[in-house]
Write a protein that binds this ligand. Structure first.
Ligand code: GDP
Length: 456
């Protein structure tokens, strides 16, 4: 009987029982001989002889008290769980399954010098089906020479491999930082601007006079409370919750939109500053453009600010009621010439004054946010990439053909892809990849980040 396990299993055990606030549980999972016990010993700071990591060896303890940066948690060594089960993969997979039930965070240890084995992949399949966060430790990276081995483990598709040497202690601080980051919040604060749940946050931006406050009034309806402040002295943001298309949206810093700066010196400066702070807090930006005038440098700068901030984007061409045939002709030309960089952004042609097509804003926001949230699995991404590279290999550079080893989507909001290569990929080729990503997977309304990790 593993009696220690029941005390370590924390808040997930005792369904019918009392709500005891126990320490979070971190379970160490991995094949025999990858160095789980050494890592556990390293983390708990125990110096005694390491028990051989061999299946069948029953250890007297499996759970230990540990702490890092003042945060306490229980560390469970799954290596001591099983006595004998036929088949290595089955055994380790079962351990992973138990661990996922018992733990808040899984610390998955892989031997970087061996690379990914079938057993590791079986474990990943089990871990994927659970909702537990996984921190990947690439063990036996005893020196910089093995760092490249660790990079290969991006291939597992469970995020960044943290190179460690359980033997020498190398990298264990960074690993524990990652474990802490994955632990559940100690005391979840209310009213926090979390990424999950809650109304989605929209910034209405654009140069002065494009119609931001008119659109806001139109969206908020006539009965809105006028939010105002004392002659531009207060810089506090005031947000407004507005119901549109059956859901609630949070419009960021509406006080800033309604505050009048245009008579002041330096109005542009304040407008740019407001745009920056609004973007920081928003998830999606609606950039308003005034179709009755030529696109201005300032319009382009605002759009660039959005792309650089990594927020989702909707372009709203306002004052459509003022458009005549001639102006329309030139507008199309301006769009082609100046907005090519954001040809992926959905466009709505609206009039804040008459209300024309204002209702099209919500579907456009949803499209952009949907793309912004999109995650492509590592498997799908790599089979797509393989085909792409076979058909159009990266151009030879300095007599060498860079190879793309694999790719992974490291993040969402916005989607961020990392290409692991054996050489530098020219900007043109990276653009080509981005274009094809968009053609094949969509991403309408979201910027895409593409980076390279070059392994010489
Ligand atoms: P802001 O500085 O971006 O907040 O712009 P405002 O909302 O204050 O609008 C600037 C001017 O454009 C005001 O005179 C508005 O009445 C006018 N305006 C805004 N939207 C429209 C529109 O759709 N059509 C027309 N014709 N005028 C508009």
């Amino acid at each position: 009987e593993n009696t220690d396990l029941s005390t370590a299993s924390g808040p997930h055990e005792g369904e019918g029982g009392e709500e005891v606030a126990t320490k979070p549980v971190v379970a160490v999972v991995g094949r025999p001989n990858v160095g789980k016990s050494s890592l556990v010993n390293r983390i708990i700071g125990r110096r005694e002889a390491v028990v051989e990591d061999v299946p069948g060896v029953t250890r007297d303890r499996v759970a230990y008290d540990a702490s890092w940066q003042g945060r306490e948690f229980t560390l469970v060594d799954t290596g001591g769980w099983e006595t004998s089960v036929s088949g290595l993969a089955a055994m380790v997979a079962r351990q992973a399954e138990y661990a996922a039930q018992a733990a808040d965070v899984i610390l998955f240890v892989v031997d970087a010098t061996v690379g990914v084995t079938d057993t590791d992949e079986a474990v990943i399949r089990v871990l994927r089906s659970t909702k537990r966060p996984v921190v990947l430790a690439a063990n036996k990276v005893d020196g910089p020479l093995q760092d490249a081995d660790a990079l290969e483990l991006w291939n597992l598709g469970v995020g960044e491999p943290h190179p460690v040497s359980a033997l020498h202690g190398r990298g264990s601080g960074d690993l524990l930082d990652a474990v802490l980051a994955a632990l559940p919040e100690e005391a979840p604060r209310e009213e926090e601007e979390t990424d999950e749940g809650g109304p989605r946050r929209v910034a209405l931006i654009g140069r002065p006079n494009v119609g931001k406050s008119s659109l806001l009034n139109r969206l908020a309806g006539e009965d809105r409370v006028v939010v105002d402040s004392v002659a531009g002295t207060t810089r506090d943001a005031v947000d407004e919750l507005i119901e549109l298309g059956g859901q609630t949206w949070k419009f960021i810093d509406t006080a800033g939109i309604r505050r009048r700066f245009r008579a002041l010196q330096g109005a542009d400066y304040y407008a740019t500053m407001r745009t920056g702070t609004a973007l920081e807090r928003a998830e999606v930006a609606v950039v308003l453009l005034d179709v009755s005038e030529s696109l201005a440098d300032q319009d382009i700068r605002v759009i660039e600010q959005v792309v650089e901030s990594g927020r989702a984007l909707v372009l709203a061409f306002n004052k459509w009621d003022l458009l005549d045939e001639e102006r329309r002709y030139y507008l199309e030309k301006e769009i082609d010439r100046q907005l090519g960089r954001v040809s992926w952004a959905p466009r709505v042609n609206i009039s804040a004054r008459t209300g024309r097509h204002v209702e099209k804003l919500v579907p456009a926001l949803e499209t952009s946010l949907g793309s912004w949230d999109t995650r492509i699995s590592t498997g799908r991404l790599n089979s797509w990439l393989k085909e792409l590279v076979a058909a159009t290999p990266p151009p030879v550079r300095g007599g060498r053909q860079p190879k793309i080893l694999f790719a992974t989507q490291a993040d969402v909001r916005p989607p961020h892809f990392i290409l692991f290569t054996t050489g530098f990929l020219e900007e043109n080729y990276r653009r080509f990849i981005e274009r094809r990503l968009r053609e094949d997977f969509g991403f309408e309304g979201s910027p895409i980040k593409l980076s390279m990790r070059i392994r010489e």
